[in-house]
Write a protein that binds this ligand. Structure first.
Ligand SMILES: C[S@@+](CC[C@H](N)C(=O)[O-])C[C@H]1O[C@@H](n2cnc3c(N)ncnc32)[C@H](O)[C@@H]1O
Length: 352
């Protein structure tokens, strides 16, 4: 039986690929998941030469983590949660949409961890969510949302990241405060019929950050800490991995989010409609994200996507770090650069 936190990475990615293929994703046989050549975490490679325009993979809409799935979370018996998230999106606009999606993901992840302990595999997102960095260090993931306040003050104060990092952290704290209790209740409702055990006792014994919590000797109430860490993890996943197409709605697309960033990408992405017999809608048409080679790619090379253009005006490197947790082209740990007051993060002093 699968036990995600005990699976090797190789097994997790194998599960992910099998899960995707069983759900109508098309994946080129030449694709491989390995440690990235660009520093943090894993990436996608081709193990044979690929001509320009060849399809690398295509992921149908049913496998994307989207707002409409977050707001119709009735399948686990809790309509209220989905309705609240919907109301939040209507009232708060795009900011509300990110918060809602993060809370939906946090709930699904906590439920997944509980199910896994029971060797029950009913989670909608199981094999995908098991590959995501829900806490600092998984897949080498760095992010200012994972840092404690003292570290923000010591390392970022006065830097070009400080204000944006604080505002992002405030948004997350606010979400935890406002939606945390609701999320907790929703998990209880979802689990209500399935268990007589105290649900938070179970969570505490399963989740991967339990150890960290003990090591830190923090006095947080355990259940609140679990909820807040799951929401934080969900925000990091959205900030570092979400995909925005023409509809301007944030979404997560499995496999697409395994590609590392480069300012000179070798793939192109397109959202297209295809004829399909297996679409859940009765239209015979499905929407997919298609990823194709935008040039000839030699065997053994890594595939890169462009998250954002690296033009200074649109996305200076300090902002890249605050949002994505890395600075393109820098392999060294970001903390070292901050300690050394690198000009990437510290405004240059004007000579008088
Ligand atoms: C969309 S994910 C890519 C897959 C991820 N590496 C993994 O193992 O799951 C984005 C994260 O990958 C890392 N990353 C992406 N491109 C990078 C690059 N060019 N240099 C260093 N790290 C990068 C950063 O940690 C970033 O937050």
């Amino acid at each position: 039986m699968l036990k995600p936190n005990r699976l090797t990475l190789w097994e997790k990615y194998l599960d992910l690929l099998t899960w995707l293929k069983q759900r109508d994703a098309t994946i080129n046989e030449c694709l491989e998941i390995k440690e990235s050549s660009q520093g943090q975490g894993y990436g996608l490679y081709v193990n044979k030469s690929i001509p320009k325009d060849e399809l690398l993979f295509s992921i149908p809409r049913s496998l994307w983590v989207t707002m409409d799935k977050a707001t119709s979370s009735t399948e686990d018996g809790d309509d209220e949660f989905g309705d609240t998230l919907k109301a939040l999106i209507e009232k708060a606009g795009p900011g509300g949409a990110t918060v809602s999606l993060a809370c939906y993901m946090a709930k699904e992840y906590i439920l997944l961890c509980l199910e896994e302990e029971e060797e029950n595999q009913s989670s909608r997102w199981g094999p995908y969510f098991k590959t995501l960095p829900w806490k600092r260090g998984i897949n080498n993931q760095e992010h200012i949302l994972f840092w404690p306040n003292e570290k923000i003050e010591t390392l970022l104060k006065g830097s070009l990241c400080y204000e944006e990092a604080r505002s992002l952290r405030k948004e997350v704290s606010f979400s935890i405060k406002v939606l945390g209790p609701l999320l907790k209740k929703s998990i209880n409702v979802s689990r209500g019929q399935k268990t007589t055990k105290n649900v938070f006792e179970q969570i505490t014994s399963i989740l991967p950050w339990r150890k960290v919590q003990e090591d830190n000797g923090e006095n947080d109430v355990v259940d609140d800490k679990i909820i807040s860490d799951a929401i934080k993890g969900a925000f990091v996943n959205l900030l570092t991995r979400s995909f925005l197409d023409d509809d301007e709605n944030e979404k997560l697309v499995p496999l697409l989010d395994l590609m590392q960033h480069s300012n000179t990408p070798n793939v192109s992405l397109k959202v297209v409609k295809i004829k399909s017999s297996s679409t859940s809608e009765d239209t015979g048409v499905d929407t997919v994200v298609e990823v194709r080679a935008n040039c000839d790619i030699d065997a053994g090379l890594e595939m890169f996507n462009q998250y954002r253009s690296e033009e200074e005006e649109s996305m200076p490197y300090a902002r890249f770090f605050t949002r994505f947790g890395f600075v393109p082209g820098i392999m060294e740990p970001m903390e070292n650069l901050l300690i050394d007051k690198s000009p990437i993060f510290w405004p240059k002093k004007v000579e008088v």
